[in-house]
Design a protein around this ligand. Structure first.
Ligand SMILES: *Cc1c(COP(=O)(O)O)cnc(C)c1O
Length: 401
């Protein structure tokens, strides 16, 4: 017997749940891409994209996913042979480093492991030792979606400044934009990368790079910036098609317009607060489950180091995989696999999962996912401490005051 029929809930950390309003906005035929309403609609996107990032700087849009965003940033920041310092707090930092290396950029990785935050003293020491200023930019994730570690970006900027180093600060906000508080200009971020399918609630297909005017001047014309990737025409397109170096992604633009309207109507501070409260409910549930079974644990020990959009956890193999399968097959909730913690061929792989709580999520979705997880633990005889659902409900009740 399955109780999964009804509206399914994809609680993985991206792609996230797409609001009906976004889907409906996308459901229309091809518009004229040379003149008419599309042109004006697209002009309305730029100020809202700046607002959601907290910047008065530039934004370039690409047809692509997060990986495309990484390449776009890399290609414009660096010329071949220039050096990047990459901070890794999980799989995504390492992957950004690999992409840079493959493009001919010299990469130094500071790997902080899979469950501890970046140590800014180490970053500062590396920058101080770089007396010739060879490091052009520091690259980091705001939220590493694999580990669910959140990096204190303002603190990182202070460390770069304390070292007296001119490196640019480039941040991957793919899993945090529209979920976790982020203030590009206030925090001294020079370049920021995001994509549309997580906090921006639009199906995968758009990547963005925001950059300050100072960063644009510092980067000049990189020899990696081929015509498709170059920032230039994408921020100042003499002809409309040049924003995308070709045909505009029309359906996605309609969807993005609707998503940005939803964020604007709720208000960005309220969006951040909703994510804080829902994350708090998830954490409260895990604290109770862990109390009865130490094999159950959140990946990140300190709450202030945790993302508000995703929670990575362990259940002791093979229980994470068993629980994921039960939740999907019996109750219509799909949880995320563990990523970058163990190879999918290793038994340990089956001990990790992630709960997504990003984008178009509300209290009943998060409480529902937690209740389904608890039902799965009961059904599968996975030992767990009591009180998780009451604790999560209490957080939601407090957050809704
Ligand atoms: C999802 C994600 C990516 C990769 O995005 P794709 O769209 O899968 O290419 C990169 N960085 C972070 C932090 C992410 O969450």
């Amino acid at each position: 017997m399955s109780l999964a029929n009804g509206r399914p809930y994809l609680a993985i950390p991206g792609p996230s749940v797409i609001p009906d309003r976004v889907l409906q906005a996308m459901h229309q035929g091809s518009p004229n891409i040379y003149e008419g309403p599309l042109i004006a609609m697209v002009e309305s996107l730029w100020p809202d994209l700046r607002r959601v990032a907290g910047t008065v700087g530039h934004v370039a849009m690409y047809i692509g996913n997060g990986h495309a965003g990484w390449e776009a940033a890399n290609a414009n920041i660096f010329s071949r042979g220039e050096r990047a310092l990459v901070l890794a707090t999980g799989q995504f930092g390492l992957s950004w480093a690999n992409a840079a290396r493959a493009m001919g950029i010299e990469v130094e990785v500071l790997d902080f492991g899979k469950s501890t935050p970046a140590d800014f003293a180490r970053v500062e020491a590396v920058l101080r030792a770089d007396r010739e200023g060879k490091i052009k930019a520091v690259l980091t994730t705001h939220v590493d979606t694999a580990s669910s570690i959140r990096t204190d970006i303002a603190g990182l900027r202070r460390a770069i400044d304390a070292a007296g180093h001119p490196a640019l600060l480039a941040v991957d906000c793919i899993a945090s934009l529209g979920c976790d508080e982020f203030r590009m200009d206030d925090w001294g971020v020079d370049v920021m990368v995001a994509a549309c399918q997580k906090g921006l609630m639009t199906p995968p297909g758009l990547a963005f790079v925001w950059f300050s005017e100072a960063a644009r001047m510092r980067c000049g014309r990189s020899d990696l910036a081929t015509p498709y990737w170059a920032w230039g025409p994408r921020i100042d397109a003499p002809d409309f098609w040049q924003y995308w170096a070709g045909t505009a992604p029309t359906s996605h633009l309609f969807g993005l317009r609707a998503a940005l309207d939803m964020i604007g109507e709720e208000g960005l501070p309220q969006v951040w607060q909703r994510h804080r409260v829902l994350a708090g409910a998830v954490w409260a549930a895990f604290d109770c489950w862990s109390a009865g079974n130490p094999a159950i644990a959140m990946n990140v020990a300190t709450p202030s180091d945790r993302a508000h959009s995703v929670t990575a956890a362990r259940f002791g193999p093979p229980h994470a995989t068993r629980l994921r399968e039960w939740c999907e097959q019996k109750a219509g909730v799909t949880l995320g696999i563990g990523l970058g913690m163990a190879a999918s061929t290793e038994p340990a792989y089956h001990g990790f999962l992630r709960v997504g709580h990003m984008g178009h999520v509300n209290a009943h979705m998060t409480l529902g996912a937690l209740a389904v997880m608890e039902a799965g633990m009961v059904a599968l005889d996975i030992p767990h401490g009591p009180g998780a659902l009451a604790a999560a409900a209490k957080v939601v009740a407090g957050g809704a005051l």
